[in-house]
Ligand binder design. Structure first.
Ligand SMILES: Nc1nc2c(ncn2[C@@H]2O[C@H](COP(=O)(O)OP(=O)(O)OP(=O)(O)O)[C@@H](O)[C@H]2O)c(=O)[nH]1
Ligand SMILES: [Mg+2]
Length: 263
């Protein structure tokens, strides 16, 4: 059997990961794709339904906090190590579902997810050749030039850490006005516009830093291909699928591999 296409959803706390995973799974299923949804966030507070495999069956943040008398961040670090020890059980549970696509919701604290060795081990264990990271840009940050630059850098850092192909996604696009949306997408398409906006926004005393950052973004910018999405109104879900599919290398597989079930 071909290995499933795996998509990790990551981004800053509250960026909209869980909502987007849910909306995307629903869209995929209604379009006839066979998809499993995995929760890798031991601190997730969304209850019950929706996850086919849930890390909280093995490791739950509140239990780790209580048992080891840790604060929430210390507990996340300890939990990541515990998850790494269970990762082959998790992998087996995912494999047993035999889905064509696996969508993975990740912990809210991106620095704990992206910068811990245990998380790297977890992602390495679960990722095959067909894996991609969907990095969410939170519009509350992305709509300012400085925030946008910071998110581009963070996305590049995540790519550097996990060494996986990235799909950059603007989350909650419904929360922006059409003008704001146009501006943000313009920054993604044309780094020159971003540079102008940054210079206008903060005539920085540190011209050197701005110029160096600009050079980096000029190189990465066109690769960003920011996809506007909304879990609320369904914007862009199909585009996310297509972007992932391009990474999986199957432009020939843009049609559902299963007919929609009629149950
Ligand atoms: N307007 C709008 N709000 C959204 C959308 N998606 C999520 N939200 C809101 O954003 C907040 C955070 O959403 P979550 O999906 O929990 O974000 P998350 O990244 O999983 O959060 P953590 O796991 O806690 O880091 C919630 O209040 C959601 O209702 C969207 O597409 N549009
Ligand atoms: Mg979440």
């Amino acid at each position: 059997m071909e290995e499933p296409g795996t998509v990790y959803f990551t981004g800053t706390a509250g960026a909209g990961k869980t909502s987007l995973v849910r909306a995307f799974a629903q869209w995929m299923r209604s379009s006839g794709y066979d998809v499993s949804v995995v929760n890798l966030d031991p601190g997730s507070e969304s209850e019950g339904d929706g996850f086919d495999v849930d890390i909280r069956e093995w490791v739950r943040l509140s239990d780790v906090e209580a048992e080891y008398d840790l604060g929430p961040n210390g507990a996340q670090v300890a939990a990541a190590d515990m998850i790494a020890l269970k990762i082959f059980d998790v992998k087996q549970a995912i494999q047993e579902l035999k889905a064509d696509y696996v969508l993975i919701d990740t912990p809210g604290q991106i620095e704990l997810f992206a910068f811990r060795e245990a998380s790297k081990a977890i992602v390495d264990a679960l990722s095959g050749d067909r894996s991609v990271v969907a990095f969410l840009f939170d519009p509350s940050l992305a709509r300012t030039p400085g925030g946008f630059v910071a998110l581009v850098m963070l996305s590049a850092t995540v790519e550097f850490r996990f060494r996986l192909p990235m799909v950059n996604v603007l989350a909650k696009s419904d929360a922006l006005t059409p003008d704001q949306l146009g501006e943000v997408l313009g920054w993604s398409d044309e780094p020159g516009r971003l540079y102008d906006a940054v210079s206008r926004d903060a005539p920085s005393p540190d011209v050197q830093l701005s110029t160096e950052l600009y050079r980096a973004i000029e190189t990465m910018g066109p690769l960003l291909g920011l996809v506007p999405t909304s879990a609320k109104d369904g914007t862009g879900l199909e585009s996310v699928y297509q972007a992932c599919q391009r990474v999986f290398g199957g432009a020939d597989d843009l049609e559902p591999s299963h007919a929609p079930s009629n149950e």
